[in-house]
Design a protein around this ligand. Structure first.
Ligand code: UD1
Ligand code: CA
Length: 476
């Protein structure tokens, strides 16, 4: 993002070492997901919109290796906080890390973000930095006034209309009269690096949690005559933290609601947006209609003029233009070309490539299969490990037997072939172009092009059998 701001002297530190005790979860807090993506990845994305990844320091500690491997593809650097003794202690590790580097590389200003405040927008971060520079502040605190401030640290201003702050007071340390203080600390700050570093070693853990609070730095700077200011965020949601599953789901809903609004602004119709689950990275083309209770997850891309009927779940899949997904389809890692008709109740598993205008109907399952242009498998089929040409008709209940108990084998079906209902094609096997397989066949050998294969026992018919049986005295 080009904010027009001079960010050359800026580095970012993201606090992500905490356990997240209040979540009561085995997963580290910053790896819990909203909008289908880890909290920390949202924060890193906002940071990367401001400055390059190599100037972003991620403070990790609790389950450090798990957190590192989940986010290292972003290119950020990592600082270890082996023991988690509070947010002030987290920044002490950054001080130690940066002090080991060449003095010239010490950033003038350090923007500190919380790994559990995921809806923060780059525009707001830029505004914090701009205020910080304009105000010549030693510390600039991003704040908000939510409906219920309970649980947050409170920012106390010199006077209501003053930008200047006297202190941040944590919830548990609030006096009776401070209890109603409405302005919360977001856990996002910009510091003059030297000012921050001059105070970190003086922090004390004499408080309700026995931790080193980064928030105490505010009053310490004020006491030495330095300027500490606050700037309010435009929207409250973007500075809310996620300490409990309920708070996390509140943010998830807020993020998905924004996502749905953005898609609708781009010409997508979402019939009941509150019932749909759409991940942050999903793309949908204009004039596509999403019916109620649709889930679009992961790296899914849907073309224009599609209709996704209710109860379909589409994950990491691509749909071309004009695709109709009837009710109850499950797609995972599938590619569906333009104009295809899928479902109802089709299951397209990884590496399914469904050709232009093809049909995959009721209770069909596909996996690692290429189904050519205009081909149809409309009822009750399993198609796995198969190369199927164009204009092929797969009859009801036809199945590729791809697995021999040890290995998977390929079935190849040429253009225009007709596979009769209830056929089993025992792979490896080939059916040539234009060939016919009779219904109920078990095909184990190559069927040459343009030929007919029958692989079933001959029918025996006994005329008058019922009457003969009755005459023999058997009534049933
Ligand atoms: C913190 C603030 C509080 C503010 C709130 C906003 C302090 C003392 N309090 O409280 O004023 O209103 O955020 O959301 O800072 N972390 C570490 N190492 C640690 C401890 C925490 O990296 O040793 C990380 C956590 O992973 C988390 C962030 O710092 O991402 C904030 O920690 P958390 O314990 O959630 O602080 P809050 O109690 O929410
Ligand atoms: Ca928090």
């Amino acid at each position: 993002m080009d904010t027009g701001m001079d960010t050359s002297g800026l580095a970012i530190a993201i606090m992500a070492a905490g356990k997240g005790t209040r979540l009561k979860s085995k997963r580290p807090k910053v790896l819990h997901e909203i909008g289908g993506q880890a909290l920390l990845l949202h924060v890193i994305a906002a940071a990367k919109a401001i400055i390059p990844a190599d100037r972003i320091l991620c403070i990790i500690g609790h389950e450090a290796e798990r957190v590192r491997s989940a986010v290292e593809a972003t290119g950020v650097r990592f600082v270890l906080q082996a023991e988690q003794r509070g947010t002030g202690h987290a920044l002490q590790q950054v001080k130690a890390y940066l002090s080991d580097q060449a003095a010239a590389s010490l950033p003038d200003n350090l923007l500190v973000l919380s790994g559990d405040v995921p809806l923060i927008r780059p525009e707001t971060l830029a505004a914090v930095c701009e205020t910080h520079l304009r105000e010549h502040a030693s510390m600039t605190i991003l704040t908000a006034v939510p409906a219920d401030p309970t649980g947050y640290g409170r920012v106390l201003r010199v006077a209501e209309r003053s930008a200047e702050v006297t202190a941040i007071v944590e919830q548990k340390a609030l006096t009776a009269e401070q209890m109603s203080a409405p302005e919360i600390n977001s856990g996002i700050y910009c510091f003059r690096t030297t000012s921050l570093f001059s105070k970190l070693d003086q922090l004390s853990n004499d408080n309700a949690h026995g931790e080193l609070y980064l928030t105490d730095v505010a009053a310490m700077l004020v006491a030495s005559g330095e300027r500490v200011v606050a700037v309010k965020a435009d929207s409250v949601d973007e500075v809310l933290g996620a300490n409990t599953i309920a708070e996390m789901m509140h943010l998830d809903a807020a993020m998905r609601f924004e996502k749905a609004k953005r898609l609708m602004a781009q010409g997508v119709t979402i019939l009941r947006p509150d019932t749909c689950v759409i991940d942050a990275a999903v793309e949908v083309g204009s004039d596509t209609v999403l019916e109620p209770f649709v889930q679009l997850l992961g790296a899914t891309r849907i073309g224009s003029d599609c209709r996704i009927r209710s109860f379909s779940v589409v994950q990491n899949s691509t749909l071309g233009d004009g695709v109709l997904l009837r009710n109850g389809c499950i797609l995972d890692g599938a590619q569906v070309a333009a104009g295809a008709l899928i479902g109802p109740y089709a299951h397209l598993r990884p590496e399914s490539e469904i050709g232009e205008g093809a049909h995959v109907g009721n209770f069909c399952e596909t996996k690692k299969v290429r189904l050519g242009k205009g081909s149809k498998a409309n009822h009750l089929s399993y198609l796995g490990d198969a190369e199927i040409g164009g204009g092929v008709n797969i009859g009801a209940g036809a199945i590729t037997c791809n697995y021999d108990g040890a290995h998977k084998h390929l079935t190849t079906i040429g253009d225009g072939a007709f596979i009769g209902s209830d056929s089993t094609l025992v792979a490896p096997v080939t059916v040539g172009a234009g060939a016919y397989v009779a219904a109920g066949s078990c095909i184990t050998e190559t069927v040459p092009a343009e030929s007919l294969a029958l692989g079933r026992s001959r029918q025996i018919t006994k005329p008058g059998w019922v009457a003969a049986r009755q005459a023999a005295g058997k009534t049933k």
